[in-house]
Ligand binder design. Sequence first.
Ligand code: ADP
Length: 570
Amino acid sequence: MTRPKQADAPPPKASDAFPLPLYITNVVFFTLFFSVVYYLLARWREKIRTSTPLHLVSSAEMAAIIAFVASFIYLVGFFGIDFVQSLILRPTVDSWSDEEEEEVESVILKEDSRKLPCGQAVDCPPVPQQMTPVFPLGKPKLVEEPVEPIALGEEDEQIISSVVAGTIPSYSLESKLGDCRRAAAIRREALQKITGKSLKGLPLEGFDYDSILGQCCEMPVGYVQIPVGIAGPLLLDGREFSVPMATTEGCLVASTNRGCKAILMSGGANSVLLRDGMTRAPVVRLGSAKRAAELKMFLESPENFEDLAAVFNRSSRFARLQSIKCAIAGKNLYMRFSCSTGDAMGMNMVSKGVQNVLDFLQSDFPDMDIIGISGNFCSDKKPAAVNWIEGRGKSVVCEAVIKGDVVRKVLKTSVDALVELNMLKNLTGSAIAGALGGFNAHASNIVSAVYIATGQDPAQNVESSHCITMMEAVNEGQDLHVSVTMPSIEVGTIGGGTQLASQSACLNLLGVKGANKDSPGSNAALLAKVVAGSVLSGELSLMSALAAGQLVRSHMKYNRSSKDVSKASS
Ligand code: ADP
């Protein structure tokens, strides 16, 4: 009986026939090669010295010559062919031609013809194992080894032993050594010793550990690499953007790119910033529900707003109080402060402002007991209706009219199929599921990828991905009006992870790096619009893939119902 062939088994290699593991065979042939070379050279010198004719060879010399030829053939066969292939097949950047661009184009267009949806984590089928790469770049290489390994000296070894023994706390290494890179290297070694597990594959070198100290990450031992792909150009409000997306999900960038293309070919998308305010809601307890209600009225009274705003705004020259909305639970009061925060995402800024107001209130309400600066009515990093209804961060609506021709040629589906699918999936299906802000196909896929690339807080993906996708046939049913409405996009272009080198480069690509000096807040607002435009592209593409798949399946089911479909598909 023959064993069934595994679809994903690698093709057999000649080296599989070796009785020993490959690295042992290599060592044997290397040793043999250098030994016989040494022996033959020694014999040659001896013969010249004693004037013995060179063609007279002993049986030992004959065996050495055979061993030399055999090991030479083995080594050339093993290493030489790979090397020559890599020289011939590796294209340089300069050698990119129009043909290759067309090849990329055709890959994107092939993506159009996928029968199964892509770019969606749950529904996405596994990527076919035999997908041919676009460019024959040779074997992928992961950065596993340090570029310039840190040499740990004797003193470092002693520190490592102390960390392992627990006499030096791991967290204190940076302050003790005054060298963040060395601290990370020592902590990493100590960790490997303590756990007995290797961190090979998690790079240590090539990262500026000073840049994260006290801001982005404590006790670093390395960094995770995430590839960044580019979708675009995204034509939004008359400007073109190349959108960086950090992801390890195959199809996602290609799919978003296809959506961008459909938008570009239809004349672009337009967006509007509806609201811009970061929120924080402390919880305080009073002596009675009546007192809690009195405080609520005080905070919500228009006469008091100016005084409260003056106190709040002391936190930063960019923080400007917009509103205070309160909710009561018995004698507990939740005050939702909302303020503009310039180009910062604003959590620190709004929290400082809230603390100022709480301190101020204590004089008029001495019986007010501050339970927590955040009482979850904010609501940060948790799905909550308050963000969906009231908004948090930037609220954006983005729309485009996709020409019928583009729907057919680029998206490979029809306006009617998209409208129907949107109604039954994103609206009705989500309603049936009891969704909270999840009236979309995969907004969080695009939001997460752009957030990671641009240094946003990826945990805020929870509410930043709230989105309702609408689709409607327009121009007498010829074209598709598509929109995404996203009430709580929390982004900033200054502070947090945005100042790190890689993330800052991605912001720079979008033209929104750092604080906007001329018009504070406009960089972050533009970034929020780009996020919404990218989500619009992602929605268009995945919905089209789904609609096309649905069409194929329903054709199979309804047009060929008399045939045995299971046989047809095998
Ligand atoms: P967050 O509030 O998002 O957590 P930070 O607390 O790091 O961010 O605040 C950003 C910092 O950048 C503040 O100290 C603020 O004064 C400063 N800053 C400089 N220019 C701007 C700007 N245009 N918008 C917002 N903040 C700015």
